[in-house]
Design a binder for this molecule. Structure first.
Ligand code: GLN
Length: 446
């Protein structure tokens, strides 16, 4: 109740929540109390949680930040939603996000932008900006996010919280509205690595309902916290510290690295020579997959339908024109172009080849180091409307994060100092299934 009240009081300023589901929350809280009384409570029982509005929730609207799904109530729960509910967590509501998770500032949402709790008129990052702002402002103890090119880590960095994107396939995508299926991964957004470990243990593990889910049981990530960093090698890619990096961010990450060295880790400069190809490859692959995934929103089965269509063609055309926002339409156009015959080889296939090179870079690096360390974003949070007119400058915000998605690697962001009153995020990338190790490094640092 305390958290629901806080959501109601503070959200007029933050706009972090699209739907508050007070009734469901109170019922779940009662169930959690009963569980506790029966001596069956786990560590997450009764803990208040917000879900990014990309996860289907039975009986509670799932808008995906879009007019297209403004009226959509899913008939089932996403696996992530179900598992966290089974762990006893209490869902307070659904968080604001960039439309269909396309954006780095939360400004593409049909429900308006979210404010960064650290400074007014400043973006929280995106696309999981509502989740990040809500956790930073203590509206809930934790929130879920999804990360296709940085959407958990970038807003976590800009809002001063902790967020982890697991290995591709570690967490089920069932019931999570698809943006770019080969890149999308869900993960927790919390205050600390300790909290993230608890949530990730509950979220991860094989799910027969997702064909890309990996057949591997969940792990007790909390049990892996507290290991010494002695003997661990951290790699600092020289490409992550080049031109374009804000001096405050560079200084904060260098200080954090020195701190980790004091804790026993060894630092080593490495190179990821193809990392500059990450953004161009990502902005071919992601829109291509999006254009295909978003074809289902046709105004026929569910979602927005235009008024008085003249015929089927008009129904498709106007429902999609009116239901989707500008950024989503831009991505559909880019993606459709990249996949069209004659251009497929030049763009999509090429991007897939680049993707392999990026993966190979990481594999080579992981022969010499255990974890890669760098900044999550090139700069602290930027102003509202500062980058909306220039998509490329917006896309460049993801320069350090997209490569982990292209390679399918686990990666996380955690708070590492400030630039003025704005938080700075430290980025850790690990080899496949090394979530436990990443969380441990973060935990030791915190
Ligand atoms: N900002 C990136 C984009 O706009 C990443 C989004 C995401 O990870 N969902 O595509």
């Amino acid at each position: 109740r305390l958290h629901l009240d806080r959501c109601q009081q503070l959200d007029s300023r933050l706009n972090a929540i699209i739907t508050l589901s007070a009734e469901t929350a109170l019922a779940q809280a009662e169930a959690a109390d009963a569980r506790r009384a029966a001596g069956q409570a786990g560590p997450l029982t009764g803990i208040p949680l917000l879900h990014k509005d990309i996860f289907c929730t039975q009986g509670v609207r799932t808008s995906c930040g879009s007019r297209m799904l403004d009226n959509f109530v899913a008939p089932y729960d996403a696996t992530v939603v179900r598992r966290l509910q089974d762990a006893g967590m209490v869902m307070l509501g659904k968080t604001n996000m960039d439309e269909f998770a396309m954006g780095s500032s939360n400004e593409t949402s049909y429900y308006g932008p979210v404010t960064n709790p650290w400074r007014a008129q400043t973006v929280p990052g995106g696309s999981s900006g509502g989740s990040a702002a809500a956790v930073a402002a203590r509206l809930a103890a934790a929130a879920t996010g999804t990360d296709t090119g940085g959407s958990i880590r970038q807003p976590a960095a800009l809002c001063g919280i902790t967020g982890i994107k697991p290995t591709y396939g570690r967490v089920s995508r069932y019931g999570m509205i698809a943006f770019a299926s080969s890149l999308d991964q869900a993960g927790p957004m919390t205050r600390t690595a300790e909290d993230a470990a608890l949530l990730l243990s509950a979220m991860s593990g094989f799910d027969p309902l997702d064909s890309t889910s990996i057949e591997r049981d969940s792990e007790d990530y909390s049990a892996q916290l507290g290991d010494s960093l002695e003997g661990l090698t951290l790699g600092l890619p020289k490409e992550f510290f080049g031109a374009g990096l804000h001096p405050d961010v560079a200084a904060a990450i260098e200080t954090a690295a020195a701190e980790l060295e004091k804790l026993g880790a060894r630092l080593k400069e490495i190179t990821l020579p193809n990392s500059s190809l990450g953004i161009p490859a990502y902005y071919v692959v992601a829109p291509a997959e999006a254009s295909s995934n978003l074809a289902r929103f046709d105004g026929v089965r569910y979602g927005y339908r235009c008024a008085d269509p003249a015929d089927l063609q008009d129904l498709y055309c106007r429902s999609r024109s009116e239901g989707f926002g500008r950024e989503v339409k831009r991505r559909i156009m880019i993606g459709t172009y990249a996949l069209s015959s004659g251009y497929y080889d030049a763009y999509y296939l090429k991007a897939q080849q680049v993707r392999r090179l990026i993966r190979d870079d990481f594999q080579r690096a992981f022969e010499a180091v255990d974890v890669i360390l760098g900044p999550t974003t090139p700069a602290p949070a930027f102003g509202l409307n500062e980058k909306t007119a220039d998509p490329v400058s917006m896309y460049l915000n993801d320069i350090y994060t997209v490569t982990a998605n292209l390679a399918g690697l686990p990666a996380m962001s955690l708070p590492a100092g400030f630039s003025g009153e704005l938080p700075i995020g430290m980025h850790l990338i690990g080899n496949y299934f090394s979530e436990g190790r990443l969380l441990n490094v973060a935990h030791r640092y915190q």
